[in-house]
Write a protein that binds this ligand. Structure first.
Ligand SMILES: [Zn+2]
Length: 179
């Protein structure tokens, strides 16, 4: 198999499915350096009740630990959803070379949607961007997750369901695409 962007995005999608499996919004990330995955992460905001537990943050911290360096020069971040301001901040601070993402996040994206922190001359680092890699799949992951969530809520409201694990699932009303 050719180890191209689509291949590595597959690894990030696998991470997103891990998040989904524990009731988290399905967002996943991997960091690749010298042709190998050096760190993985999936969204754990609800599980940890940590606003910073985004897939990218978890992966960036793991990569720095693994390399014993805060500089991730020469590495690429693959993430299923366009990073937010916090994560793009961490991308800049860690000197990553490149960010490849699946879907745009029109409500929170900081790599082209609301902001573009990838190439702001006022910052001391810029990062290459490749959007839209396997975007159909990463978008479907998110829309299927939220559709299922809405269906379960509807069923519960109609009195057909008993209180179950869905009550622990994040409220998506105001945060459809938030990581
Ligand atoms: Zn983020």
């Amino acid at each position: 198999m050719v180890r191209d962007d689509a291949y590595w995005m597959g690894k990030a999608i696998a991470q997103a499915r891990k998040a989904e499996a524990v009731g988290e919004v399905p967002i996943g990330a991997v960091i690749v350096k010298d042709g190998a995955v050096i760190a993985r992460g999936h969204n754990l905001r609800e599980s940890r009740q940590d606003p910073a537990a985004h897939a990218e943050m978890i992966a960036i911290r793991k990569a720095a630990k693994k390399l014993a360096s805060w500089r991730l020069t020469g590495a690429t971040l693959y993430v299923t959803l366009e990073p937010c301001t916090m994560c793009m901040g961490a991308v800049i601070l860690s000197r990553l070379d490149k960010v490849v993402f699946g879907s745009y996040d029109p409500k929170g994206g900081a790599a082209g949607s609301l902001f573009d922190l990838s190439n702001d001359k006022r910052l001391n680092h810029s990062v290459a961007l490749t959007p839209g890699v396997r975007g159909d799949e990463t978008s479907a992951l998110l829309s299927n997750f939220f559709a299922a969530l809405r269906a379960r809520k509807k069923q519960f409201k109609a009195g057909n369901g008993e209180m179950s694990e869905w009550s622990m699932v994040p409220d998506s009303k105001s945060s459809e695409t938030e990581a």
